[in-house]
Design a protein around this ligand. Sequence first.
Ligand code: ADP
Ligand code: MG
Length: 240
Amino acid sequence: MIQVQRLNKWFGDHHVLRDIDLEVAQGEVVVVIGPSGSGKSTLCRCLNRLESAGSGEILIDGVPAPVEGRELARLRADVGMVFQSFNLFQHKSVLENVMLAPVKVRGVSRAEAESTARELLARVGIAEQAAKLPAQLSGGQQQRAAIARALAMRPKVMLFDEPTSALDPEMVGEVLDVMVQLAADGMTMVVVTHEMGFARRAADRVVFMDDGQIVESAEPDAFFEAPTTDRARDFLAKVL
Ligand code: ADP
Ligand code: MG
């Protein structure tokens, strides 16, 4: 579903992604971990072209990720993204937030968009919040609304960039539960997170990044029990 080949990215002189090779199969859940500044967010943003690549190839579902025009809009729909900050439209209801892109970008009728939106809000457990404004929801509910909004575009892939980092601790679990369910339903997912419990529970593979490189890529049990590099061992010693 995702093929990244020799991806490099510079910010000025700063080489932030170095020869990244990454393949994610359909239905696979890849958790990306690593220290702050290692390039995790930049990698995610390159995957849906929020950030331009310096060099290298990115294919989504076998097709080179387009860089502009209508094709780019379709890429953004196919590759859903959920950020640390929920990025909901504050002056629109939760329901409208979820309906908006399918109506505007996919040309879906309002009636169909509403019925899909209500289904998705039920799926993430906030059906009863549909008429409220985002500010009237808890952080965990807002993040679940953001997940529903991304799912409304029927993406092929979901990217999550530290989706629980801005939440109060008691709300982390409800968002992770939605993500675990999504993984169980077969969604292809790339998840940047510091939640090692989620990685153990839901990941098919853990990718460890440091200094712009993928340093290790392994199944969670192997990675957590026996990391093969000093850099991964040092990182795990700090976070576990
Ligand atoms: P992570 O998500 O792993 O914390 P990032 O991908 O955000 O890392 O950042 C990787 C490196 O790129 C960091 O050194 C960061 O300061 C730098 N960086 C990120 N975004 C920009 C930007 N827009 N302009 C310049 N440097 C950036
Ligand atoms: Mg980041």
